[in-house]
Ligand binder design. Structure first.
Ligand SMILES: NC(=O)c1ccc[n+]([C@@H]2O[C@H](COP(=O)([O-])OP(=O)(O)OC[C@H]3O[C@@H](n4cnc5c(N)ncnc54)[C@H](O)[C@@H]3O)[C@@H](O)[C@H]2O)c1
Length: 327
């Protein structure tokens, strides 16, 4: 299969690239390296079935090059986005542009190139603060609480409309937070960086009782590949997560134990770490499980794998200087 992956040098995208190449597929990556890391594609770059196009999906003159690279593609995996939920209110155009407008450009390019299948990385954040927990895919139309969630829900709407209008087919995945190798943003990253700087203090956003669900990146990729193979509706929507959740304080305890540290914890307070932080994210994953998928790793395993990856790469400035604003 010939695949094009937008955002293929990012955390999830680069893991997907390696998996698809190992399965014998041809892979083209389109990435502008805004948050992607070149070394994540080191192995892929020496593979004969791999091609990299450095281009910005938002840049109109680049669209012709992207469409050129898209010719003959069977499936577009659209992962390029602003993946940071927390800072939306600091730059209100960013989610609209990087997520919604970029998705529109990808869909338009697909239409021009007659590519019919799109896989899209959406998010559990589109559920806002759903009252139904675990939250199923068909929960009552959710009230949005973050610009990130709103921009991703708009993407889902555009994708469904393109599927209806131009006879495309889509697989939309609403992820919980993903953990694992090449993780470059999120709470474990923030905590680890804080503890590297100062072993004795750890600042936690909110009261630490926020309940979150996490999924290991390879389990996430397994689920995506199973869903594409086994579900054939026009628009296929799946929650991806584990059947457990934990408190932020539980993650902190796992991290401190693994690092053998006992910092003084301070809390910014309140049920939410920031505006738009959902105090309880737990997705109903019966739909994806019904296809025979089951995560192989628990939340604790995933936190430990992530931490060990960060420890092994703590001198890699590409990774640890990423997203300075996270700390
Ligand atoms: N990581 C998570 O926990 C999580 C959870 C839910 C959803 N998602 C979604 O999964 C996808 C991948 O997330 P990630 O964690 O790997 O993020 P990431 O930031 O590591 O990867 C995003 C990639 O997209 C590229 N990119 C961004 N804007 C671009 C543009 N205009 N043109 C070309 N390339 C561009 C970046 O350079 C980067 O390589 C995103 O769509 C994100 O919203 C991630």
């Amino acid at each position: 299969m010939r695949c094009l992956i937008t955002g293929g040098s990012g955390f999830i995208g680069s893991n997907l690239v390696d998996r698809l190449l190992s399965l014998g597929h041809q892979v083209v990556v389109v990435d502008n390296f805004s948050t992607g890391i070149r070394s994540f594609l080191k192995n892929a770059c020496s593979h004969p079935n791999f091609r990299l196009l450095e281009a910005d999906i938002l840049d109109p003159p680049s669209l012709a090059k992207i469409q050129n690279a898209m010719e003959g593609t069977e499936v577009v995996f659209h992962l390029a986005a602003n993946a940071d939920v927390r800072f939306g209110l600091e730059h209100p155009r960013k989610d609209l542009e990087q997520n919604t407008i970029a998705t529109f450009h990808v869909l338009e390019s697909m239409r021009v190139c007659n590519v019919k299948k799109i896989v899209f990385s959406s998010t559990g954040s589109i559920y806002g603060e759903s009252k139904i927990i675990p939250t199923p895919e068909d929960t009552p139309f959710p009230v949005q609480t973050s610009l990130y969630g709103a921009s991703k829900l708009a993407c889902e709407g555009l994708i469904a409309a393109y599927c209806e209008g131009y006879k495309m087919q889509s697989w939309i995945f609403r992820f919980v937070s993903i953990l694992g190798e090449r993780y470059t943003h999120g709470h474990i990253f923030d905590f680890y960086k804080q503890l590297l700087k100062n072993h004795d203090q750890l600042k936690i956003l909110g009261n630490g009782h926020q309940k979150k669900s996490y999924l290991y990146v390879q389990d996430c990729i397994d689920a995506i590949l199973i869903a594409i193979e086994k579900s054939h509706d026009k628009v296929n929507i799946f929650n991806l997560g584990t059947d457990e959740y934990c408190e932020v304080n539980d993650s902190v305890a796992i991290i401190c134990k693994e690092l053998n540290l006992d910092p003084t914890l301070s809390y910014t307070g309140g049920e939410r770490g920031w505006i738009g932080d959902n105090p309880f994210i737990f997705l109903d994953t019966k739909k994806i499980s019904s296809l025979g998928w089951k995560p192989k790793f628990s939340i604790k395993d995933s936190v430990l794998k992530t931490l060990r990856y960060l420890k092994a790469n703590q001198d890699n400035q590409d990774i640890l200087t990423m997203r300075q604003q996270d700390t």
